[in-house]
Design a protein around this ligand. Structure first.
Ligand code: SF4
Ligand code: SF4
Length: 452
């Protein structure tokens, strides 16, 4: 129940408290109430490991900044005996700014502390809720405001215009036809009744179109009936990072509606951790929408093609030592642990595990939208020493990850710590290893006849 006594506080602080009452659910209240301050999560956090003398980075300390508000206004112990349970309200805009620097600047919502808590406290989940409360009153890092605006207004989080997107697809389509020496090797746009509708991260259009070309090559060689949508194609979702469920729902719905309009049978999501989690796991709830088609990560699609013999690969084409970075959203939050490894073993000759890995892997330190929050870059890069040590210990020359956000986070820390490693994705390795069949005798004969 909300405390209706209006203490002397700023308009924004009052709004934050009122909105908190609407966002609390059973899972959130459980996490807010259950902490016994045992400290077992402390060493799980990469910020703590990189700042051992600063207790303000401890997950329980950070969580208590949110918990004290919950206790003061929504928990009977805090309402009756606030001094006993550490309940405390927020009063000023400065209080909100202070909270902003914690929930955006000192946590990437990676959930490593969550899985190390014996009481089941999921700090990352209510840290995200706190972000959303602040965003609702306009208190957020500038980068979060800019990216959210682009996704609301332009339809994707990098402000890619439709012409730019279509031009890139057409350019990649031409490259594919040339490479395959087949005019039928194209990227189909808005094809109706396709078995697969392929959605991507705008970063692929803006900075890394080779991932689109590589995916197209794989679909073509697999003989897939596939397409890419002309609109509503962004599978990323800044709502996951900003905590804005309305944005999350609107973005997810655009994609669901486009696939439905095209009568697509399955939505395949390119390699992106937060995009996969948002689109496949969280989106239907945010949007209040029952999705009438199947959704799958492209990692599973590529693995299936190899297992079913739709494409053949030669792993000797990828001999450089590689390691694998588990994206927090793909792995810890969505359980994609073994499939990327199975794929790596099929397309590379020298795959080396990074330790710890799978659900215990450390964040790339660019998660939770951290790459867009330049004011926190120094503390992000300091916390990245943990990841840098992990990478160095593998002796690998290339780090593979199934997440565009992790590509950016890893690239930045590799440059900062001068590790001299490259970052790539599974789609690039699969496309490099794939065997392009020789033209059939029949096709060759036809071509010779034409020439005569
Ligand atoms: S491990 Fe769980 S119960 Fe212990 S301090 Fe951390 S959040 Fe609280
Ligand atoms: S979610 Fe990750 S970054 Fe945030 S406190 Fe927990 S371990 Fe640290």
């Amino acid at each position: 129940m909300t405390d209706t006594r209006r203490e002397k506080r700023s308009h924004k602080a009052q709004k934050v408290i009122e909105r908190m009452s609407k966002k609390l659910n059973r899972q959130m209240v459980g996490s807010l109430a259950a902490c016994v301050h045992c400290g077992m999560c402390t060493e799980a956090c990469h910020y703590v490991l990189a700042n051992p003398d600063d207790p303000t980075y401890a997950p329980a300390y950070k969580a208590d900044r949110i918990r004290k508000i919950f206790k003061r206004h929504f928990d009977w112990t805090g309402r009756v005996l606030p001094w006993w349970v550490g309940a405390k309200t927020i009063k000023t805009d400065e209080d909100l700014e202070e909270l902003k620097d914690i929930v955006f600047g000192k946590c990437t919502n990676c959930r490593r502390c969550s899985i190390n808590c014996p009481m089941g406290v999921d700090y990352a989940t209510f840290n995200r809720m706190a972000r959303g409360l602040l965003v609702s009153v306009g208190v957020m890092p500038e980068g979060v405001a800019v990216v959210s605006k682009d996704q609301w207004e332009i339809g994707n989080q990098m402000g890619v215009l439709k012409e730019e997107y279509i031009d890139t697809l057409e350019w990649m389509s031409e490259e594919l036809s040339d490479e395959m020496n087949d005019p039928k090797a194209v990227i189909p746009i808005d094809k109706m009744d396709a078995d697969i509708v392929y959605s991507i991260n705008p970063r692929e259009v803006k900075y890394d179109p080779r991932t689109i070309a590589d995916a197209a090559k794989i679909f073509y060689l697999a003989g897939e009936n596939w397409t890419m949508p002309s609109e509503g194609w962004d599978m990323t979702n800044f709502g996951l990072f900003s905590g804005d469920d309305d944005l999350g729902g609107a973005v997810a719905l655009r994609l669901y509606e486009k696939v439905t309009e095209l009568h697509g049978k399955k939505l395949v999501i390119s390699e992106c951790g937060h995009g996969y989690r948002s689109t496949r796991c969280e989106g239907p709830n945010w949007a209040g929408h029952t999705v009438p088609f199947e959704m799958e990560s492209s990692v599973l699609t590529m693995l299936r093609y190899i297992k079913e013999g739709k494409i053949k690969v030669d792993k000797s084409k990828n001999t450089t030592p590689v390691t694998f970075h588990d994206s927090c959203n793909n792995a810890r939050s969505c359980g994609l642990f073994e499939e990327p490894r199975e794929l790596l073993e099929l397309v590379c000759t020298d795959f080396r595990e990074m330790y710890p890995n799978r659900s215990e892997n450390y964040c790339c330190t660019g998660g939770g939208g951290a790459m867009s929050m330049s004011e926190y870059t120094p503390q992000r890069l300091k916390s990245a020493s943990v990841k840098a040590d992990q990478l160095k210990a593998t002796g690998a020359k290339v780090v593979v990850t199934s997440c565009h956000n992790c590509v950016d986070g890893l690239t930045d820390l590799i440059r900062h710590y001068k590790l001299g490693m490259e970052v790539t994705q599974l789609v690039n390795l699969v496309a490099n290893a794939v065997i392009v069949p020789e033209p059939t005798a029949e096709k060759e004969t036809v071509e010779v006849e034409k020439a005569e």
